[in-house]
Write a protein that binds this ligand. Structure first.
Ligand SMILES: [Zn+2]
Ligand SMILES: [Zn+2]
Length: 425
């Protein structure tokens, strides 16, 4: 499979990203409690795992089935940022989608629609997942790709980049289908034309109908057919006006968000690259969506590795599904000492389950993020051993904040983004 090999010099990233996404979608269809697509990033797998726990706690279930169009309608969309050490592509497929929501094994909602599934496929340039690495704790030698779950000999955990290429994020947009309005518009047009014609010539029509001769009746039928024909044209014009108004109103409604997105696209990479030259906005979006997922699906924040704010209660325990749909806003940022602080808004499609009631919403979440300005954001080049400052034990500090042996905190913000504030707008 080409997707698991180290990048070649002249790689066709567009086609490869489509192939990775194709496999990802196939694996999503067969994913269950034990398996999640291998094409997914660690963060995406982890949030899917947390979501599964949330669904279990609510006795709820979501079953989504994606079917490709016969001719596999697909493409690679315009991405937000240029390639740095991260190479990013936004492959998409047009799909027939069926989503079913269950509570207590009872079907509560079913959606069948055509959607475009967009995703972010990411490579890390020159990442050599087969390089050998000597465990600093026990000296065992293993390949980088084996270390992602820790040293197989002594269990020491490491901070390192994902084994790219991976899908870091995906979302679906409904394929707008206005054609359903065409027939009603034409019927309205015909009824209107016939009604108008009948009203204007009421006396003549009565005279023609009551006439004993055949000719006036044929003439009447001819006029009625002409009126109906004019009605079809009117109906079609009505449909055209309706479609244009609908598209325009949708574009106007989302215009402020689009402006925010463009502002984010220009300002955030410029700000970040002053101290992190390989910053990639497309890669960052994967991180951001994962952080929102972790904050929504983690019931208890007290041992949540990525939450370093004031003690807080999770207020989003009714959310059972969450998907980014393309808009975000870079509010502001500042640097204080060795840390950078970022205020971000992100738009999500959410599904709530309250009791046995399922409802869909659009939510905007706001986050205050923090990270050490000296953090190396690609551990592919330098692997960090995770060691408790107090007792020296190694544990997965990307998922647990406190050392399980001596309960000292591990400061993951020295290496990666953490959340200081999280709320809904
Ligand atoms: Zn070891
Ligand atoms: Zn410890």
């Amino acid at each position: 499979m080409p997707s698991s090999q180290a990048p070649k010099s002249s790689q066709d990233y567009d086609n490869e990203s489509l192939e990775i996404l194709n496999n990802f979608i196939c694996h999503l269809n067969t994913a269950d409690d034990e398996s999640y697509p291998d094409e997914a990033s660690i963060d995406l797998k982890y949030t899917a795992d947390l979501q599964r726990k949330r669904l279990h706690s609510k006795n709820a279930g979501i079953k989504t089935e994606y079917r490709f169009y016969k001719n596999k309608l697909r493409g690679v969309a315009w991405k937000l940022d240029k390639d740095t050490r991260y190479i990013t592509r936004m492959p998409f497929y047009l799909l027939h989608t069926k989503s079913e929501y269950f509570v207590n094994n009872k079907l509560k909602k079913r959606h069948k629609e055509d959607q475009t599934l967009y995703s972010q496929a990411i490579w890390l340039k020159d990442q050599n997942i087969n390089a050998s690495y000597c465990c600093p704790n026990c000296g065992a030698v293993s390949s980088t790709s084996k270390l992602i779950n820790g040293c197989s000999q002594c269990g020491t955990k490491f901070l390192m980049s994902d084994l790219f290429p991976k899908i870091t994020n995906y979302y679906t947009l409904k394929k707008e289908n206005y054609s359903a309005a065409l027939i009603p518009c034409i019927i309205i047009g015909i009824l209107f034309a016939l009604g108008f014609c009948g009203y204007a010539n009421y006396d003549n029509i009565i005279a023609d109908i009551s006439s004993t001769e055949i000719f006036p009746k044929i003439a009447l039928a001819g006029v009625a057919a002409l009126a109906a024909g004019a009605g079809v044209v009117m109906g079609y014009l009505l449909f055209a006006v309706f479609t244009v108004l609908l598209v325009l109103s949708q574009a106007l409604l989302s215009l402020p968000y689009l402006i925010q997105l463009i502002k984010t696209r220009i300002k955030l990479p410029k700000f970040m690259r002053e101290f992190e030259p390989n910053f990639s906005l497309d890669h960052f979006i994967g991180k951001l969506t994962a952080l929102v997922g972790i904050m929504v699906y983690t019931d208890d924040y007290s041992n949540c590795a990525v939450y370093c704010g004031e003690p807080a209660e999770n207020r989003f325990k009714n959310i059972i599904d969450l998907r980014y749909y393309g808009y975000m806003n870079f509010e502001d940022a500042h640097i204080e000492g060795n840390y950078v602080y970022l205020n971000m808004d992100i738009h999500m499609n959410t599904v709530y389950c309250k009791g046995s009631h399922i409802s869909k919403k659009k939510d905007i979440f706001s986050l205050l993020l923090c990270k050490n300005v000296n953090a190396e954001n690609d551990y592919g080049f330098s692997i960090h051993k995770i060691e408790c400052q107090n007792c020296g034990a190694s544990f997965d500090a990307t998922r647990e904040k406190y050392c399980p042996y001596c309960h000292s905190p591990y400061h993951i913000q020295n290496y990666d983004w953490v959340v200081l504030k999280f709320d809904k707008k």
